[in-house]
Design a binder for this molecule. Structure first.
Ligand SMILES: Cc1ncc(COP(=O)(O)O)c(C=O)c1O
Length: 397
């Protein structure tokens, strides 16, 4: 942990960049992205080409992404939200069919279950990892459970093989084991048991939105799977569903985005390495503080550190944690975020439809604080942030 002299020295170097809670560009862009985008536009300027339908390099980007993850198929979409909707619709849920979703979540997955006509069952998270708790999933399996839908919430993989084993122990009487689906919007490039996130489970959805680990000009997403039927479904319904004659709309990615995506993909591992290096350096600067637990990373995974999440001590849950967030912003110019409180607390629609049933997760979320981290952050800015956290905590105590 930094000592008083080190804290003072680090705080003397205020960052030149306003480090927001989730910096608005999550990756790093260079001349290569500009060249790729301009190249794709120039190609499209020929009226014989235009921007095309699923035109090159969209299939090339899909193929490269599938190879990177280690799966057979990838389908590019305009953002992760519609990607999640497409996967949910592929389940063809019947009224009363259940999907277990962790309440500590962004709203995309819960809304997708609602949109697909399913019954959402809120799962508790493990307060140490903030990931869907397998023991709670097992308790909530019924003969109506069609899917288990964890989110890799802070960029670290959820324990996928535990959910898969649970699904196999409780097969649905008609459809067999529940499908395990991963929301990896925030976790592109992380790994689990030596494989990239996205390799395990029936389907995984990634986001390339501007804040994410890799980005495709502000919006974009990818569905990956080893299931040829799901892949065909996704490719069809992302453009009105003609081939499968199902409801669909336009959710396509442009070739300019795909061209940039290919470049970002080639840099992704370097972004993740930078995030991990900064996270570990920050851990060393905070280690031993009585006020926080550091991000927990089991030995079987590589956290991508999309978010760097501390757990405040019990006595600081709720109000004091909120005061810390405000102090970091107001006094030090550093952004932090609670990612996320149970989704039903922010969306009455979800509470009304599916209840508020995860007290453990509500309590866990009251202790969570994710403080800005970015692959382009300098060591000096990282030290400033660690010093700000310690200084603010000493004022709060
Ligand atoms: C966990 C999670 N799921 C889904 C999404 C939706 O991603 P997109 O903005 O690409 O639709 C987000 C976006 O912030 C997210 O954080």
């Amino acid at each position: 942990m930094l000592n008083a002299t080190e804290i003072k020295a680090a705080l003397a170097n205020r960052p030149k960049i306003q480090w927001r809670s989730e910096p608005l560009l999550g990756s790093i862009y260079g001349q290569e992205e500009i060249d790729a985008a301009v190249g794709a536009i120039k190609e499209a300027m020929n009226p014989e080409n235009g921007f095309g339908f699923s035109a090159s390099p969209i299939p090339e980007f899909e193929e490269a992404f599938a190879k990177y993850i280690g799966v057979k198929y990838a389908a590019a979409v305009n953002s992760a939200g519609p990607g999640i909707d497409i996967v949910m619709r592929a389940l063809h849920l019947q009224p009363g069919d259940e999907v277990i979703v962790p309440s500590v979540n962004f709203v995309a997955a819960p809304l997708a279950v609602l949109g697909a006509g399913g019954k959402l069952v809120w799962g508790e998270v493990d307060p140490k990892t903030y990931l869907l708790d397998p023991a709670d999933v097992e308790r909530k399996m019924t003969d109506r459970t069609r899917a288990i839908f964890p989110v890799h919430i802070h960029g670290m993989s959820a324990p996928m093989d535990e959910y898969i084993a649970i699904a196999e122990r409780h097969p649905h009487p008609v459809y067999g084991p529940a499908k395990v689906i991963g929301d990896a919007a925030r976790a592109c490039g992380g790994s689990y048991k030596g494989e990239k996130i996205g390799k395990m489970g029936w389907a995984t959805i990634f986001s390339f939105h501007t804040m994410k680990n890799m980005t495709t000009l502000g919006e974009g997403g990818m569905i990956v799977t080893d299931d040829p039927e799901l892949n065909a479904f996704a490719h069809s319904v992302r453009m009105y569903g003609n081939e499968v004659d199902e409801w669909g709309t336009s959710n396509v990615m442009t070739k300019v985005q795909a061209a940039v995506g290919l470049v970002q993909l080639s840099k992704l591992d370097s972004f993740i390495a930078a995030r991990r290096r900064l996270a570990y350096a920050r851990n060393r600067m905070l280690e031993g503080s009585p006020d926080f637990e550091l991000p927990y990373e089991p030995t079987d995974r590589e956290h991508s550190y999309y978010l760097y999440t501390l757990t405040v001590k019990k006595e600081w849950a709720g109000e004091k944690r909120d005061a810390l967030i405000k102090m970091l912003q107001d006094d030090y110019g550093i952004g932090s975020v609670v990612a996320n409180r149970p989704a039903y607390l922010s969306r009455p629609l979800l509470a009304g439809k599916f209840g508020k049933t995860t007290p453990i997760s509500e309590a866990a979320a009251d202790r969570m604080i994710s403080v800005s981290l970015h692959p382009a952050m300098s060591d000096s800015d990282n030290a400033y942030i660690a010093a700000a956290i310690l200084d603010a905590a000493s004022k709060l105590a």
